[in-house]
Ligand binder design. Structure first.
Ligand code: 6PG
Length: 225
């Protein structure tokens, strides 16, 4: 079931969605920095957010107070091109003035178990995120939390060893940690996501249904039927 405070924004083109998402993120950052002196954002993996990251890389703003976390990571070697942190790093984070000490990469090169234990120590459970970005898989997964799988929601970070989306070994934040945030932003594009999205809206038990936020969940979509 969708959380009460959910806002739907449907766009007529991917470009419009990307542009609005970029503006939305910058507005949240400005607000958080004004109120708390920093902006803690969790980046989503996959391909949907790539153009938003590229747009953010072009923004002439001060990124110094941005603190970057990741919702999940694929267990590949450190410099593997398909690591979510390398995707965001190559097209955005390496091109702006975010201090390296403000980028908290999930150490997936340690393996799913050691990497998850290490990231668990890095995250401060008493420090809510300001914005968590998430995508939606065709099967309704979010981050590396897949349908019909179990995980210890008392933790902030878990190891995954049977991901149906390659690679099988991953590290993911839990639904409870992803929900410990002021706001959530879902970016969902493509007819191939429609079934999962409608299942979620109709209240079916999907990982996406486990996500909540202190203030609001925004769902920006394009080309869902
Ligand atoms: C990953 C992501 C995953 C992704 C969805 C949607 O590691 O692949 O964390 O959760 O967000 O699978 O992926 P697309 O945006 O590529 O459709």
């Amino acid at each position: 079931m969708l959380q009460e405070k959910t806002v739907f924004l449907s766009f007529n083109s991917q470009e419009d969605l990307d542009s609005k998402a970029c503006q939305f993120i910058m507005e949240r950052a400005e607000l958080a920095i004004r109120e708390k002196g920093s902006f803690l954002i969790v980046l989503s993996g996959g391909t949907t957010p790539v153009n938003v990251y590229k747009l953010l890389a072009k923004e002439q703003i001060n990124f110094e107070k941005w603190h970057i976390y990741f919702g999940d990571e694929r267990c590949f070697p450190l410099n593997h091109l398909e690591r979510n942190s390398n995707i965001a790093g190559s097209i955005w984070l390496s091109k702006v003035n975010i201090p390296k000490t403000n980028i908290f990469i999930i150490p997936a090169e340690l393996g799913n178990i050691d990497g998850s234990l290490s990231y668990e120590k890095i995250l401060d459970k008493n420090k809510p995120f300001d914005l968590v970005m998430l995508g939606l898989g065709e099967d309704g997964h979010i981050a590396s939390l897949f349908p019909n799988q179990k995980w210890d929601n008392s933790k902030q970070v878990i190891s995954v060893s049977n991901s149906p989306k390659a690679p099988s070994h991953r590290i993911s934040l839990t639904p409870s940690r992803l929900s410990n945030t002021e706001e959530v932003l879902f970016l969902i594009s493509g007819k191939n996501k429609s079934y999962a999205f409608n299942q979620w809206k109709e209240g079916n038990d999907l990982p996406a249904s486990l996500i909540s936020a202190k203030n609001k969940i925004s769902i920006m979509s394009y080309d869902l039927i």
